[in-house]
Write a protein that binds this ligand. Sequence first.
Ligand code: PMP
Length: 277
Amino acid sequence: MQVIYGTEILDASDVRISPWDRGYQFGDGVYEVVRIYRGRMYAMDMHLNRLRYSLGELRIPVPEGVDRLEALAERLARDQGIDEGILYVQITRGVAKRTHAFPQEAQPVLVGYVEAVPRPLEEFERGITAILVPDVRWHRVDIKSLNLLGNVLAKQAAVERKAGEAIFIRGDVVTEGSSTNVFLVRDGVLVTHPTGHHILNGITRQIVIRLAKELGIPVQEEAFTPEALFAADELFLTSTIHEVTPIVQVDGREIADGRPGPVTRRLQEAFAATLPL
Ligand code: PMP
């Protein structure tokens, strides 16, 4: 299996990750997941902008490989016959003797790979269930960092309760899902948590907000409570992998009549129309 390492493509078995890599020791790095449709990277510019933002917030220099990433990923997708899939890419601060503060000598390490991931069409159609969990993450989740323990524990709780996603509650507001952004529809208005330090500004979130505005659906980027979530007319999540997926039940309680709603359907269709399918 071939992977991206810096500016090159290598056999995975030839890549040597150091035990002193700061990604490994501190989670000191960032990542992106990009959708591949028909072998091409979708919304790559938006992902690269967010990657540069995450690197900038952590003061990790942008490594050379970033400029070649799209070309290398498309080559890998072609070689591996991947039509629908994802690119995973991570950049760590690099390798240095262990000390918390930034080391002088570290060079960033970029690793990436592609893999086949089909569109979850059944979930788009039927919707998924979710649970609510406390948002125990740090206060800079706008940075797409490798520190994902809060997200990992939340998703594990969902799996153990046979739910599809865990939705975070911080104080008395709904922030986002463990790997998704969350939207509700109330009286025809789309509501989602505003950008800032307490959500990741999802690429799919940004595209869906733009599409909603184009369709004349009013959008409010305002925090909402769990009570508002349970009282919503419709609820859905967005992400690179899950696109626009209805949420039909939360903590065992049905949202409205427990079926995907009309605004969600319109946005699913509008989103699908942006894809090179
Ligand atoms: N929030 C979190 C915590 C995530 O991990 C993700 C997935 N990257 C998202 C939201 C959705 O972002 P995107 O639409 O860019 O995949």
